[in-house]
Design a protein around this ligand. Structure first.
Ligand SMILES: C[S@@+](CC[C@H](N)C(=O)[O-])C[C@H]1O[C@@H](n2cnc3c(N)ncnc32)[C@H](O)[C@@H]1O
Ligand code: SF4
Length: 482
């Protein structure tokens, strides 16, 4: 949804940089802005929140230092590789970011701008050029040098945003361009706003080769939608369309842990999703990004804990399989997830790439992106070079996100025994009831999932919020340390 979508959902992603205004500011008045004059009670609350956030920040730094066995933070700088070394890497995912939406939701942190058809069309041309810049000469010279005849395998291709279906007529051209360089083995996914769910759009997506879709429902409940600043939506067209044009994976996104939200309302969302033809759901805990202009409030920790347990138990009782921290699916369904690849290449504004020991982020500014591409340069804004332990922690974070950790996978990837590197942490996790081990596989328990959520919250507020806020204001920051 990147380092969290993408870093969460490899969706690292957004915005209207102050120095580079890409499009006229979008009215974000769907939800009212935060109250400007604080009451004394609010001031106390805000102070408590600041203290807590400071405590979280120290906790996150200590955890990072312990787990990476170093006080060295993750240092991102503006130096970058002009040729990305992805040939021959295992489990490579592809991601394309489309940063356009019809209207902007105040709660959403991702890289998105108001849709304008001309700008969007030009963006597609720039994307095609970026793909050639990353893969063209590099692939040609590698093939010549090593006499390789096969294309590089890529496990999957995901389109995220924004609202990628605004470019439904161009998605086929982007897929074809990527297929010049890659054999995509496990399917192609596109995320959709409910407004995009029409028979015509679905047919075009199918023709282009899309096999998985994810619809951003957020909630079927009008009151919850209204808290999020979305209008009441008539979902009957969505239900009819997913019956009329089937895809292998039909996923739906929901947001939970909003202040006042009840288990009954989430249970109703889950039931409606599966009854209407979805076979996979994602329940994202609401993240209140400091830079967002939303006044949506999150639920307190104890209520969220109890809600998480209830949701997990309910989904298991219904026979759904938890295939990641946030997702449940019908048995045998391929999950909709772009986040769990060992390596990935991302194209477009704000997209990220993860390779052997580097992680890079493209500029969030569409104008800066265009300028770089036009000058024949990659649009990389920041790169970090991982130490071995940093790479291990990144890898472990996303493996645990799937709720299962295979000792052998760690050994295959790093050439080291998992127990030798993180034996103490795994022992502690097992002793405190967060992990269970069977046949060389560690699995997160319900308690473990809760603490993962908690840790992920630290990580999001300390790292992602900070970094995205810088990236949305500066097209090419000199350095960022997190
Ligand atoms: C990039 S959004 C795009 C989906 C599509 N454009 C839409 O609006 O339906 C992907 C998902 O991220 C989730 N999301 C967005 N903002 C969030 C936030 N502040 N906290 C938690 N989840 C969020 C939503 O569930 C959303 O469907
Ligand atoms: S439509 Fe989707 S991507 Fe666009 S702002 Fe809203 S939640 Fe974010």
């Amino acid at each position: 949804m990147g380092l969290l979508t993408s870093l969460r959902k490899q969706r690292f992603n957004h915005y209207t940089p102050s120095s580079v205004q890409f499009a006229p500011a979008m009215p974000e008045q769907a939800t009212p802005l935060r109250q400007v004059v604080p009451s004394p009670v609010q001031t106390d609350l805000e102070q408590t929140e600041r203290n807590l956030s400071h405590k979280h920040s120290i906790g996150a730094s200590l955890a990072r230092a312990w787990l990476t066995r170093s006080i060295k933070p993750f240092e991102f700088t503006n130096e970058y590789d002009h040729a990305l070394s992805y040939q021959g890497v295992r489990s490579l995912g592809l991601y394309v970011h489309i940063p356009f939406c019809r209207s902007i939701c105040a709660f959403c942190p991702y890289c998105k701008h108001p849709y304008q058809s001309e700008t969007a069309k030009q963006y597609v041309q720039q994307l095609l050029r970026e793909i050639d810049l990353v893969c063209g000469d590099h692939t040609k010279s590698t093939l010549e040098n090593h006499s390789l005849s096969k294309k590089q395998a890529a496990t999957s291709l995901y389109f995220g945003g924004g609202s990628p279906a605004l470019l439904v007529d161009e998605i086929g051209a982007i897929i074809n361009k990527l297929q010049e360089y890659f054999d995509i083995t496990d399917g192609i996914g596109v995320e959709l706003h409910p407004d995009d769910v029409t028979v015509e759009t679905f047919k075009k997506l199918k023709t282009a080769g899309v096999t998985r879709i994810s619809i951003g429902v957020q909630s079927f409940d009008s009151a919850t939608l209204s808290i999020l600043g979305r209008n009441h939506f008539d979902y009957s067209q969505v239900f009819e369309t997913i019956q009329a044009v089937p895809f292998d994976t039909v996923a739906m996104d929901f947001i939970f842990a909003l202040e006042g939200q009840t288990f009954e309302s989430i249970k109703a969302d889950i039931d409606t999703a599966f009854a209407s033809g979805a076979n996979h759901i994602a329940l994202y805990p609401f993240i209140d990004f400091a830079f967002s202009k939303s006044n949506v409030k999150k639920m307190d920790k104890q209520q969220k804990k109890s809600l998480l347990y209830k949701i997990a138990n309910y989904c298991m009782e219904q026979g759904y399989v938890r295939d990641s921290i946030w997702t449940f699916g019908k048995p045998g369904v391929d999950k909709y997830s772009s986040m769990t690849r060992d390596n990935f290449l991302g194209f477009g504004c704000s997209a990220t790439s993860l390779l052997a020991n580097q992680f890079k982020v493209n500029t969030f500014s569409p104008e800066a992106y265009e300028a770089r591409i036009n000058s024949g340069e990659l649009p990389t804004a920041l790169t970090t070079r991982f130490t071995k332990r940093q790479r291990m922690i990144y890898w472990l974070f996303w493996r645990l996100y799937t709720t299962h950790l295979h000792e052998q996978d760690f050994k295959d990837f790093f050439g080291e025994e998992l127990n030798k590197m993180y034996g103490l942490e795994l022992w502690l996790g097992t002793a405190f009831g967060m992990l269970k081990k069977k046949d060389g596989i560690y699995s997160l328990t319900n308690k473990g999932v809760f603490y993962y959520h908690h840790f992920e919250g630290y990580y999001t507020y300390k790292y992602i919020d900070h970094m995205w806020n810088i990236m949305r204001n500066e097209p090419f920051p000199k350095e960022v340390s997190i």
